[in-house]
Write a protein that binds this ligand. Structure first.
Ligand code: ZN
Length: 396
């Protein structure tokens, strides 16, 4: 059934989009929420058999939280690159990549990559790594996909993004529980998951932000000189519920990460040096991109306060990449990464110091590889001749 609920005021398109996106975490019985084109009401789709009053009450609490976002910030654009190949944007890119066998979509936010898609993802990652080495002398590293809940708590993740966490669990170490699970899957066709009471949550998560596992490794250390940088490719996991969509929004994806740690000046300077580097990276792949102020998609109950803080401090800049227009024909971009400065947050939480013993500042840049791949195929299409020669030769 569907119900229309009036909003307390008309919202701006940015808030309308966030309300729609974050509504997936309201209730499993709320199967869709759409802000009407008038921007002053929402339409709820409620599952058959659900109690509409309960779902509506949850939705109203959700909307009340989101509607606390009253301040509008002008978006500042720091960088805008143009594409030399002026061809029009390709359509149905994800479907075409699947049809060519370059992507296998498991259907739940996980993909397998091969052929030119894999080659392009690797080329983007490698070029970024090369530039980070050249301009930041970034030391290479490697980190696990698992991250301890203690670390995520220290990073403030549960407090800001509790909806996006993925926990790892296993069957309790109990012979009867394990045997029950084994027997249920022996000679049967459909998978039988263990009973809920037989699952143990050891407090291990799948890492939701590439830079987190780096900070514990710097704990109680003094960073030499003005500062230092690290770079690696991280595997990142975010529970996106029914917002999962092709290469655009995955549950599991790859990020080329750069972390810089040191004095306040060093971190500020690193952020400045990042802009020409991103410009060069986009130029190498002949991509149109934009870098602008943004905020994280915070969980509804803390969205208003944290969005205000993040936007007013201008601590997050997002890289926006064009993708194919929506059903209404409107231009669309997706976040292909971000440049963040964290102040002393991680320095304090993990006791990281500069040479003189004061708390270190940190910042990071994360580039979402699969989103860059999607945007590159959207911008250049499937005719190799439209791609820049160096990239074409490397991937086709
Ligand atoms: Zn980061």
């Amino acid at each position: 059934m569907s119900i229309v609920v009036a909003l307390s005021r008309a919202v701006d398109p940015e808030l309308a989009a966030d309300i729609q996106k974050e509504s997936v975490y309201v209730s499993p019985q709320l199967t869709n929420l759409r802000v009407l084109p008038t921007l002053d009401a929402v339409e709820l789709e409620i599952a058959e058999g659900a109690d509409p009053e309960t779902v509506q009450a949850k939705t109203l609490r959700f909307l009340a939280s989101m509607m606390k976002r009253t301040h509008r910030f002008d978006t500042k654009v720091f960088l805008r690159t143009e594409r030399r190949n002026r061809g029009s944007l390709a359509r149905n890119v994800h479907e075409e990549l699947k049809a060519r066998g370059w992507i296998f979509d498991y259907g739940n936010g996980q993909v397998a990559l091969s052929g030119p898609v894999l080659a392009l993802g690797r080329a983007i990652d490698a070029k970024a790594a090369e530039l980070y080495d050249r301009d930041f002398r970034a030391a290479p590293g490697a980190f696990p996909a698992f991250v301890d809940a203690e670390i995520l708590k220290k990073c403030g993740y549960f407090d800001s993004h509790p909806n996006a966490v993925t926990f790892a669990c296993h069957v309790v170490d109990d012979i009867d529980a394990i045997e029950e699970f084994r027997a249920a899957n022996s000679g049967t066709e459909a998978v039988q998951l263990p009973a809920r009471e037989h699952l143990h949550l050891p407090g291990t998560c799948l890492n939701p932000a590439a830079c987190f596992p780096c900070y514990p490794t710097l704990s109680k250390k003094k960073i030499a000189g003005d500062g230092t940088a690290f770079t690696w490719q991280g595997r990142v996991f975010r529970h996106e519920s029914r917002n999962i969509s092709g290469l655009e929004r995955l549950w599991e994806f790859n990020v080329r990460e750069l972390v810089f740690v040191g004095t306040e000046n060093y971190v500020v300077e690193c952020r400045q040096r990042a802009l020409p580097l991103i410009e060069e990276l986009a130029g190498h792949f002949d991509l149109e991109i934009r870098v602008e102020t943004a905020a994280d998609p915070f969980f509804a109950t803390v969205s208003a306060a944290r969005t205000f803080w993040q936007r007013s401090q201008e601590v997050k800049n997002e890289l926006r990449l064009p993708v194919e227009p929506g059903p209404d024909g409107a231009e669309r971009t997706i976040a292909g990464g971000s440049v963040n400065i964290h102040g002393k947050f991680f320095g304090e939480r993990f006791n990281i110091m500069t040479e003189d013993g004061s708390t270190a500042f940190t910042g990071c840049i994360g580039l979402g590889i699969e989103r860059w791949v999607l945007s590159a195929f959207t911008q250049h299409g499937f005719d190799p001749q439209r791609w820049p020669a160096a990239v074409r030769n490397a991937i086709f």
